[in-house]
Design a protein around this ligand. Sequence first.
Ligand code: 3H9
Length: 677
Amino acid sequence: MSDETPVSVTMQKDGDVAVVIVNNPPVNALSWHVRQGLKDNFEAALADGGVKAIVLRCDGATFIAGADISEFGKPPRGPDFNAVLNMIEASSKPVVAAIHGTALGGGLETALVCHYRVAVPSAKLGVPEVKLGLLPGAGGTQRLPRVVGVEAAATMTSLGDPLPAAKAKDLGLVDELAGEDSLAADAIAYARAKIADGPRPTRNRAVFGDVAVIEQLKTANAKRWRGFEAPYANLACVEAATRLPFDEGLAFEREQFMKLMFGSQSAAQRHIFFAERQAAKIDGLPKNTQLRDIRKVGVIGAGTMGGGISMNFLQKGIPVTIVEMQQEALDRGVGVIRKNYDASAAKGRFKPEQVDQMMGILTPTLNLDDLADCDLIIEAVYEDMGVKKDIFGKLDTIAKPGAILASNTSYLDVDEIATATSRPGDVLGMHFFSPANVMKLLEVVRGDKTAPDALATAMAIGKKIGKVAVVAGVCDGFIGNRMLKPRQVEAMKLLMEGATPAQVDKVHVEFGMPMGPFQMSDLAGVDIGWHRDPNRIESIRDALCAEGRWGQKKQAGFYDYDEKRNPSESARVAELIEQFRAKAGVEKREITDQEIIERTLYPMVNEGALILTEGKAQRASDIDVVWIYGYGWPVYRGGPMFWAGLEGTDKIVAALEKHGFEVAPLLKEKAEAKTGF
Ligand code: 3H9
């Protein structure tokens, strides 16, 4: 490897103003050579007697979008970031940050040591470190409250959402809005006008505002932050700024930052940051694969799934034709879409005229032939191979050449569905998760014959409608539901052996899942996939279904529910379990929480290993993305495959063997090498 330092920072002079320019695509992250370049160029500008003021700006799409996350956890290289910032801050010449795109994290911290900030109206400013399990570790938690006050600083650091430039200007974070196309010139003019004023104090300013807001934020976000360390560390630092001198506050921030940086939560969240971006990449597909044009979408089925799927496209201004068999069902489906949009409008998410616009590009019909002009058709009818093949056979004659024909099946064989057409290259799966307008995950199922451009187009349209799309291979349940199965099977076995639904669920919720296996069953419907014969009782679930305990919708499932759907443990369910145990001659025993983890979560890792070996997921991190965005796996545990590494694959294998599982060879390999995935 060459030792040469890439030139990612340069300087130009405009009369008495020096302009330091960062150019480090794609997002001008603060890589080691950028820090080096900032140091060298600021030193030069400071030493130059002809320079009276300095502008810092960036080339490319954005201002500095933060520290270079790919450097985290590696041996330090280049100058210390804080030393560079201190040097800029101490400049005797006024320094102006010229901001476009996003000034995020270390980027905003750099702007905060500049004495003035000018931004274009489309710019966004924020400290999103909390989303990586971190906090602004280069003085951000101490300088921000001195500029915007405690309330804004506490909110910005703990939630991590960037602010639009106009809002930042209201808060005093931006001094002046520049012209969208004249930032460079406007910033130079602004800097020149500040020569007489000189630098403005940054650290030597009082923190203002009421600290009570910190407790209020904790209360308001208690549910959202359950299990997370970083939001609280961010707030602790802002609170410290209100009572400690600047340098002591900085030392406190450093200590908190290092704790997070070397903890497992941030490692997991950084893993997911890159995993999410990696998931969009399709192995073996040329980067320049030509995408198909998707201007109009057809959805077959106006039920919960079909309606939710349609909403995604309507929100992006893509017209949708939605087909049902009966007028009543069609009217009901369209009514639900409108009701959902109206509810969002009432919450301020949409303007009423936007709702009208979206509804205006929805065409309801009873005629499948009306899909003839659609570029993408998504079938979302119930899970029956015969019905799906019949629909795809008809689509084959109706759809225009080149249209993508997708099934929203959650487990059926997409290759078999494709055989009903004469164009299997156009067929694939697009598996949305319920509620489809809310859940971020989209499994794009690649059939044996799916054409590369069809696949790439489905992935791209997924991104366009705001989903995190992951490629999955054809197998029962694809990635997510396939891994769910062993978990649910073991959870049921644990009931037979002595655990209660509440105990199993509690372990999962404490682990960080939004709900446990039985809560999930009750929510989704215990009767899903039931054979519907009340006299055929072969399992606890059959017994529940036979008694009409179909879950929340019947106010009875694995739990009893009151009219507000509050659950309580069910004596009847306990009785049923007891009867099954007696019949099977199983002796009830004490089940530990650890055993529940070992028997419900470890088998998921095992299944994940099989999925990888069979090539049904492109990479382990894709599996993690599926579980984070589709099932609410806690992001601070990085998804099941990343978590396996934290937990220890050797420990997992030993436990699986102890409980009599057949261990996947790939998992065994990892355990022997003592590595993760
Ligand atoms: C921090 O600053 C800590 C400080 O307090 C300092 C303490 C001492 N580093 O998202 P995209 C890559 S923590 C390295 O698809 P977009 C990304 O992986 C940081 N790489 O683009 C992708 O690579 P590839 C605080 C990064 O236009 C490519 O850039 N800052 C970084 O949709 C394009 O990314 C943040 O958390 C990075 N910081 O969105 C901001 N950022 O093409 C994180 C991106 O190989 N970044 N990459 O897959 C973002 O939120 C978005 O990337 C951004 C652009 C909004 C900037």
